[in-house]
Design a protein around this ligand. Sequence first.
Ligand SMILES: [Zn+2]
Length: 179
Amino acid sequence: MNEQDSKRRIKLTETEDGNVLFNVPFPKDLKDLKGMAPIVIKQPYHIDYIHSYGQDSPFFAGLANGKLLGTRCGPCRYTYGTPRLHCMVCGEPCAWVELPREGAVHTFTVCHFGGEEFLGETPFILILVEWPGVDTLFLSRLVGVEPEAASLAWIGMKVCAQFKRLSKFKPTDVYFVPG
Ligand SMILES: [Zn+2]
């Protein structure tokens, strides 16, 4: 065995996971590669993404415990239906407050298209919820009414928060039903 042959016997270990292709056509004349159709492969893609909720963490802890939390500014009493940790009016820190489960529809939209995660659920209804004494609105889903029955009579409708039993620590852990 000459030196070249013995070098060729050194092999990196190969595995059979991932894409393994056999018998890929290849022209004798490299000029023919110009006409080659693109190779298209499908492969699973997974990534574990570590994301900190930071100062918003109490909001998600609330959802996991069946509580919808907003915040209120100490000095100016501005109250946030979608929590902010610092007041956008006066800049002071806000405190956490529990919002009532019962609110009202401020406005709504029926979504016939959506992001990939929600595409299979279309049409669905998004509402902005309002509460007396709360200065900003909260975006959520309204379930329990037919999207086809959408009507301006929904404006002002009383709605009640419900929470998923299995919290995913997402804003969609809470949704609203008529009531
Ligand atoms: Zn303030």
